[in-house]
Design a protein. Structure first.
Lengths: 214, 214, 214, 214
DNA sequence: AATGAATGAGGCTTCATTCAT
DNA sequence: AATGAATGAAGCCTCATTCAT
């Protein structure tokens, strides 16, 4: 239906890709439980039994979706971060830009990873958590690297780094969704906001200028 | 079952509270779709028709839950922020502390608001978004107030403020979940991390020391 | 449909009986796999969800059917055998008569027990086997009792008794189905055939007059 | 899968035999309904369309299986019975021995004939009944022959003979399954038990020594 | 002679919801 | 104020069967 004249007799790999694409859309829009295999099959332009023949069950289909999308996002971010032998702040900037660009260009993929996968309990949450941890580890690595270069590195503990990485990833996620919903906010702009907000604050921290109540 | 001998003929207000409490637990644990009216009725210690008599439908029940929990969270944060005539950073600190404390003490409530409500599409996401906007507005207000006191306030635009508030709220949410999952992290500690991370970065920004690529 | 005006709002016990009755018919006619919950519900005059509410699943429904029918058959046979303080041959005669009468009057019940339950693998076959063993044990007891009264009891081993009981039960089953399919064969007649065939042969055996090849 | 390297381009007769062999196993293990054409094709080492090309449908496949296995069993028994010009009891003994040996050596075949075919309703039950009638007719013939040789043949009616044959076949079936399930029971032993049980009882009958109640 | 690709139809099961008391 | 009895609608999944090569 989706394509008008349904192409028949395609190789398995092509059909699987179509099914995963359809599943991403459907899961993003309705969530795991509310998405129906019927709709996914129709979006993919195939019959339901074929979806089961190739992907086995709703659960395996969702898992396959999460894995594929998580790989795609990780690949994009990793390439941006790794490519340069630049200083940590430049690399973080590159990674954030790539991340915001991905979230903007693949909103369904981002919605599945950020919203749906994490709220469906095991085994899905675990799958998504694994990806988030990889990203958080990247970020923590960059923060740690910067900290070691600072003049008073001893002021920052490992837990500080972990907490900061959590905060930075969380604000990135929040900004990504906000940017997707707010007209005219570009990936570069979101990345710049975050660098201003986070990295320069980080600088203060390294100079041991901590905020304290009273 | 929940209370052994089921109390009969309670006033409506009491019964409604029992039902909403049960619903919060059930929705937090299973999500909106997977939670069943059967389980909620049993947890509440009443029959299903009574749930329908008072709350009308699963959708209205979920909406009622979101409203009640959102009100509770807002009330806690608002009281902490408003009570003082203190400077903005102190008030933000107080608000963050109250927020982290709430998330830690009412994990089911926080799970429903942060995870379930936002992923179920309309009308629930809207309900949750409204609450989030109120909190973001609080934060934006505090940031704006601080900015106006800074010597070079003109450097910060309204959109800057909005984006910063989004980032701050996002990192708070991320830290709250992280704190709930990580042993030994207290609300005060999470709030301190966030103040260090965010507020001092904000300070730099106000001095117009922006980070820029290259 | 089955009853014209569907009686509404009956007590659970009554509904359960109706459902089990319908299930006996359906399983007897089509077998476990081919019987459909749809048909059973319709035969019982209720909706499918009610069948599931009370009997939980097709598997549990079939198990409940086997148990109920096995109990009924056992009760009929046990009463016939136990009631008398008569000699073993009279008691066997009474048991066989009762058995053939049951098989003739409740052909669906007998079909489920003899044909369907035993061919569906575990756990059903086990349930049916348990009942068959109880009956076989009855029979073996009577044969053993008769043997002990015979003048040369030592000629008969335990394995002889077990094998003879198997043979007797098997011929009873075969005769029961044959009698059900052949017009004009009464329960008494089938029982008499079997007594002639089996018990008098047994007598020879006890006199140690064994048949041997050559 | 079954043979490692799948042999290609075999003559039709060979392929059909492979398929029927696979079907016997599958039907014996799972029953007609639960057996799947997928499994049968895989067991046979061919693709599903080939099974359909040769055997047309699941129903025809099952019918072909029943026919082939019934022929095999009948052939074995017939040969044993016919080969000798011996007295009826010797010939019955030979037939029973052959039957028990077949049931022991081809348990899947025996399971299909005795358990599955008879429980699947028409047209399968009819097919199996036809084979059973042929065997019963053999037995009835032998009994009749013996009766005519007895000194008081007039005491035995045709219906007596038919009933006795039913009983004998039934006990043979029961003993066959029992022997298959009970360690250490040989075909000869089962046949001997049955001859002792049945034939000598038959002898009494022919002397008109009938058992009667009271 | 043989198969990878594909589907119509139907079965089991669950759930939100209502009726009658 | 409260509930036992009951169902319409829909979802996941499987299977026998066929098409095109």
């Amino acid at each position: 239906m989706a394509d008008g004249a349904r192409a028949r007799r395609l190789p398995r790999a092509v059909r699987e890709r179509q099914m995963l694409d359809a599943a991403v859309r459907s899961f993003a829009r309705h969530g795991y439980q509310a998405a129906s295999m019927d709709e996914i099959a129709e979006l993919a332009g195939v019959s339901k039994p074929l979806v089961y023949l190739y992907l086995n069950s709703k659960e395996e289909l969702f898992t396959a979706v999460i894995r594929r999308e998580a790989q795609a996002l990780l690949a994009v971010v990793a390439e941006a971060v790794v490519d340069r032998g630049a200083p940590p702040d430049e690399r973080l900037w590159a990674g954030l830009s790539a991340f915001f660009a991905y979230a903007a260009e693949q909103p369904d993929s981002w919605a599945v990873l950020s919203r749906q996968a994490r709220t469906q309990g095991e085994p899905f949450a675990g799958e998504a958590a694994r990806m988030r941890e990889e990203i958080t580890a990247f970020v923590a690595g960059l923060i740690g690297e910067a900290a070691r270069e600072a003049r008073d590195a001893s002021a920052i503990t490992e837990r500080d780094v972990a907490a900061l990485a959590q905060a930075l990833v969380g604000s990135a996620e929040s900004l990504a969704s906000w940017a997707n919903e707010t007209a005219g906010v570009t990936a570069k702009e979101a990345a710049a906001t975050l660098m201003n907000f986070a990295w320069s604050g980080l600088g203060n921290l390294m100079k041991n200028e901590r905020w304290a109540p009273r």
